[in-house]
Design a protein around this ligand. Sequence first.
Ligand code: NAP
Length: 311
Amino acid sequence: MSEIFPKVALLGIGLIGSSMAHAMRRSGVAGHIAGYSHRLETLEAAQEVGFADSLSIDPAECVRDADLVVLATPVGTFGSLAEKIAEHLKPGAILSDVGSVKTAVIRDVAPHVPEGVHFIPAHPIAGTEQSGPKAGFAELFDGRWCILTPPPGTDAAAVAKLQSFWEALGSQVEVMEAARHDLVLAITSHVPHLIAYNIVGTADDLETVTQSDVIKFSAGGFRDFTRIAASDPTMWRDVFLNNREAVLEVLGRFSEDLSALQRAIRWGDGDALFTLFARTRAIRRSIVDAGQDTAAPNFGRGAKADEKKDQ
Ligand code: NAP
């Protein structure tokens, strides 16, 4: 694979930033990989792993002469970071991000983007519950979707370039409107995370069942929720604060459907329960058929690459 960007600046070198660096190294799409973080400990950890050519605690220095700049910190920090780097961006550069929400990112970042810089928001639908610069690995994006949400009027050649970049990192790319992205992700990722956080919290609060029982018998289903509920608290706080409308819309539907299930159980309506469970089993099969999860029993627990989960 040949070089696409002579210099790529990663603002944020946690799970996603460091995985991008590993995948860039594997594919050779970046000449120089520069990394920024706001804490010395994180920079030292990144230095130890060695996925970047240069590291800095100063975002302006990190983006200097970069052809691609990627915001990879929690979504709530994007606006102030964009403001700090704006006047240091190279004319003709692409400014992108990996944030899990898109409408709010455009709202916060677009006002700071200087003339001549192409702003193309992106979201790789891949992750694990781990975080930090030591959690990254080159295969994270392999076979996973990356959604680009260029605002209307974005330069088509720049979009094509960013698409080639993500394909080189192993992703399949789809372009869609930011609002549609936010609704799709609310149902496929954000509300499932909220449900996991809630059920694990409820189990923790139950006074009639001891904590040791919950942990001992967790293989009954609970432990699969705990994996999602172990996801980074800062990142997920920012996701819910910044995708409020779409999450509340999906949550409204979810609550109605939950009430219907409650009623079916109360009235012994086995047909209603069976019909729903048969329908959902078919959805699981289509996810496996689409190559978005393993068909191996027990979610293929064991191999690192199989521990990827969509976000
Ligand atoms: P992460 O592993 O926690 O890394 C976040 C990075 O941002 C770290 O380098 C962290 O440094 C830095 N950071 C935190 N607060 C900051 C601040 N106030 N100012 C500057 N830097 C700050 O998180 P991640 O999973 O890579 O997520 C990064 C982005 O990717 C988020 O926007 C998230 O929505 C998106 N995303 C995540 C996933 C996923 O599954 N994890 C999937 C797709 C997209 P310190 O550790 O030193 O604080």
